[in-house]
Ligand binder design. Structure first.
Ligand SMILES: Cc1cc2nc3c(=O)[nH]c(=O)nc-3n(C[C@H](O)[C@H](O)[C@H](O)COP(=O)(O)OP(=O)(O)OC[C@H]3O[C@@H](n4cnc5c(N)ncnc54)[C@H](O)[C@@H]3O)c2cc1C
Length: 383
């Protein structure tokens, strides 16, 4: 008899791999599916995978990211120390306003940090900066190896999943894998129209791993991220291009802007390219993660057309046992461990999902926007 899984995860990036690992750790039968032969060939494979707190004004996203930062540091240190270099990370203000607000930004992050002055920065190899914040728990992961390690012992299928058949007793994923529950962790490619209401968008970026003769004990971030030098290798990475055809944008030179930007922070001697990575990372409309059940939006629009006019009381109908794990933005490696924990506890233990990340939050706004796109004016809100 074909195997029946408690959970099938579609997408083997950092989101899918952490979710699969979390479920496996609870003793569940788990499989992971990706269109590629191995994990982390999407945004996750391209990531510099820096584990860095979020600085800025006090927002839900900032609080969430920094809660996840502390969790991620513990998670990687305890479970995957081989793939996490806790180099510490220096956060250099990007603008004069950031520089003025440095102490305020520091006060919003509940993690060990230190204000460094010019002389201390120079000793670390960081030039032309007057002040910066140092977070000793920060660092970076080996993206690909980490994703592989997360799913050791979990069944892996290479299938480009086009549909999930809900018609039988169980879900049938990619026409062959039987599941009770399915998590879509498909990153930038989202998953057909099912996830349209979440407004998943891509942002392109690149990373270069270089050999260098320089010694750099800490990682740093200003406009881009620069890793500490380990075994003579430094990583430079950033995502910043909104584009559907990124390769046209970089004109075959994805690393040129990274090298240029690194020069404003450090002098990296004798850079020789080791490997180049490019990829898309996916983000949501409001930049917060997307977790939880997938609403059957086609059914909802057909059954309650007035939701496009702002009607809010229609009971939500969900796709059968289908969940999403997406929208990790530029901090997938920071957010994924905690979000995976929350998602798996929600699916299998019935724990309430944190409203900041519940993907339901975007459905009604999306439905209203459909109406505006058609040029209709809302008239009747009483469905
Ligand atoms: C250049 C760059 C630098 C970055 N730097 C950092 C950083 O320093 N720190 C940090 O925390 N984050 C960083 N990020 C962001 C981080 O990479 C993303 O947040 C993260 O990769 C999102 O992971 P994911 O699993 O959601 O998506 P992905 O990694 O894109 O994974 C999605 C997977 O789904 C698969 N898939 C899609 N559709 C299907 C289908 N129909 N059937 C089967 N498989 C499918 C894809 O093949 C892919 O493997 C960076 C991103 C980039 C691109």
């Amino acid at each position: 008899m074909e195997a029946l899984y408690d959970l099938v995860v579609v997408g083997a990036g950092i989101a899918g791999c952490t979710a699969a690992r979390e479920a496996k750790a609870k003793g569940l039968r788990v499989a992971i599916i990706d269109k590629a032969q191995k994990p982390a060939t999407g945004g996750s494979g391209a990531a510099g995978a820096f584990i860095s707190p979020k600085l800025g004004s006090k927002t839900e996203l900032l609080e969430l990211t920094n809660e996840a930062f502390n969790y991620a540091v513990r998670f990687y240190t305890q479970n995957y120390p081989k793939y996490f270099t806790k180099s510490g990370i220096v956060r250099i203000p990007q603008t004069p306003k950031d520089a003025q607000n440095l102490l305020y930004h520091q006060s919003l992050v509940d993690a060990k940090s230190q204000l460094l002055e010019r002389e201390e920065l120079e000793l670390l190899g960081i030039k032309n900066e007057t002040q910066a914040l140092f977070f000793e728990d920060g660092g970076f992961c080996e993206a690909q190896e980490l994703c592989e390690a997360l799913i050791v012992g979990i069944d892996y299928f290479c299938i480009d999943v086009q549909d999930i058949d809900e018609s039988g007793e169980y879900l049938l994923v990619g026409k062959q894998v039987k599941a009770i529950n399915v998590v879509l962790a498909t990153g930038y490619r989202a998953f057909g129209q099912k996830l349209d209401y979440m407004g998943i968008k891509g942002l392109w970026g690149s990373r270069g791993d270089f050999f260098t003769d320089s010694k750099l004990a800490v990682s740093m971030h200003k406009k881009i991220s620069v890793s500490a030098v380990v075994d003579g290798v430094v990583k430079l990475g950033a995502t910043h291009v909104k584009s559907q055809s990124p390769c046209m944008e970089c004109k075959g030179e994805p690393l040129a802007p990274l090298i240029e930007a690194s020069k404003s922070m450090v002098e990296l001697e004798n850079l020789r390219i080791k490997e180049t990575f490019c990829g898309m990372r996916s983000g949501s409309h409001d930049f917060k993660p997307l977790l939880g059940r997938v609403i059957d939006s086609a059914y909802m629009l057909q059954s309650y057309p007035k939701i496009k006019l702002g009607y809010k009381k229609a009971p939500l109908k969900y796709c059968k046992n289908l969940y999403v794990f997406n929208g990790l933005g530029g901090r997938g490696f920071v957010l994924a461990p905690l979000m995976a924990k929350w998602l798996i506890e929600y699916i299998f233990e019935g724990k309430e999902l944190d409203s900041r990340v519940d993907a339901n939050r975007l459905f009604l706004k999306w439905a209203r926007r459909l109406n505006k796109l058609k040029g209709d004016t809302p008239k009747d809100k009483n469905g």
